[in-house]
Design a protein around this ligand. Structure first.
Ligand code: SF4
Ligand code: SF4
Length: 408
């Protein structure tokens, strides 16, 4: 970014952060006209953005899209401030954005919609990914497109958390229909469940079908010993699966790597962290941001050389170690439970609640699962099957019971 543009953006950021500046910019109302005036015209400008991003970029698998190495996760967005954060991210060159109707009870989609409706040129500057929870419900994507004020999305990423062939069939029917109707351009799935088994099912039977995968990256081993035999079996399996997906042409978006925490710690942590996950196989790191300062930091990072220096590898390894107690999303607890409880889902909701501070989101997800964990926990008795297989000492009857009480 040249100095003049940096200065211009810095001044605007400064104005935004100050009370008087907010008044000057009229951000209390966030007038639609103001969005429109700041947006570049659609058409040629939008296409050239896609052709040559201003930020370091790679290629999103067989979509061929020149995705920026940092992409925008919308789970934290709400209100006009959220819209402003999204706008700055796009202004700074981030060219892939993701949202879902489930985020913030619809607040995220509303914040995206506020920008896209007022200034449609912003839609043209990004690869828009929408998460789908229910492939059998056709109105789900229609409702989101309407709320966003857009005609289509670039990719639909439907939840696929267990290696269930029937679920994949339902997803394929959903996505074929959406493509036929011109509502989405590319197929995709999202997984934060039984990671390796799902990826192996996709690789075995559907690798030519899915264009994009949004994957929880908790199984990526520590970058300090990634290639050594000391690294765990599940982690090595995951790295091999990522490599095979990439080879098959599936674009990889990283999530739940700890990026949100890394962003809060600043460039010295987030920079090495993103490089470590690009090295592991991601094409772009989906990063949840909800402040202008965070957008400012991630878009100023020097990522033209994505290789880790020895110091950066040490910093990435240290941050990786600091996340050691968090759920790896291996699903071993679910597979071990004699009651057939989705313990891994419960632990993920706990992560939203305790680690991310997304209390409302955690409760919404818990309710939508429709499992009475409080009652189930009362039947655990002497069982410690989930505890005995959990690699991070997280799952166990006490955690299950306490989490059920907290979210129920
Ligand atoms: S302790 Fe309870 S939740 Fe854990 S495996 Fe046993 S029955 Fe399932
Ligand atoms: S709670 Fe433990 S066993 Fe269950 S998915 Fe997470 S890391 Fe794996």
């Amino acid at each position: 970014m040249d100095r003049e543009r940096r200065n211009e953006v810095s001044r605007r950021d400064f104005l935004w952060r100050t009370t008087s500046g907010a008044a000057v910019l009229g951000v209390g109302a966030l007038a639609a006209q103001a969005w429109a005036e700041q947006a570049a015209p659609a058409g040629d400008a939008a296409q050239s953005t896609a052709r040559k991003p201003i930020l370091p970029h790679g290629k999103l698998g067989r979509t061929g899209y020149p995705v920026t190495l940092v992409s925008f996760g919308g789970i934290l967005l709400k209100g006009s401030v959220g819209t402003r954060v999204l706008q700055l991210a796009i202004d700074r060159g981030i060219n892939l954005v993701h949202t879902s109707a489930s985020y913030g009870g619809g607040a995220s989609v509303a914040a995206f919609g506020e920008l896209f409706k007022a200034a449609p040129a912003y839609r043209e500057k990004v690869f828009l990914c929408l998460k789908s929870l229910r492939p059998e419900k056709e109105s789900e994507i229609d409702d989101m497109l309407r709320a966003l004020g857009v005609e289509n999305a670039d990719a639909v990423l439907t939840e696929l958390h267990s290696p269930d062939p029937k679920r994949v069939d339902a997803i394929r029917r959903q996505q074929d229909a959406l493509k036929k109707k011109g509502k989405v351009r590319h197929t995709g799935f999202v997984c934060h469940g039984d990671m390796n088994d799902v990826l192996e099912l996709v690789l075995d039977q559907h690798k030519d079908y899915f264009d994009v995968a949004l994957l929880a990256m908790k199984l990526v081993p520590n970058p300090a010993n990634r290639d050594k035999a000391a690294a765990d079996e599940a982690g090595q399996r995951f790295l091999a699966n990522l490599k095979a997906l990439r080879k098959a042409g599936v674009g990889i978006l990283s999530m739940k790597s700890g990026a949100k925490e890394a962003v809060k710690k600043g460039a010295a942590v987030y920079g090495p962290h993103i490089k470590a996950y690009l090295e592991a196989g991601a094409d772009s790191m989906l990063t949840s941001m909800d402040t202008l300062d965070q957008v400012d930091m991630v878009t100023r990072l020097e990522l033209r050389n994505p290789h880790l220096t020895p110091d950066e590898r040490r910093a990435a390894a240290e941050f990786h170690d600091s996340q050691a107690g968090t759920c790896r999303m291996c699903a071993a607890c679910k597979k071990a439970c004699p009651q057939g409880l989705p313990v891994n889902d419960l632990m993920r909701f706990r992560m939203y609640d305790v680690d991310y501070g997304l209390h409302e989101h955690a409760r919404t997800e818990y309710e939508s699962l429709g499992v009475d964990f409080r009652q189930a926990a009362s039947r655990c008795g002497d069982c410690t099957a989930c505890a005995s297989v959990c690699p991070v000492n997280l799952a166990g009857p006490t955690t299950v019971r306490d989490t059920a009480i907290a979210l129920g």
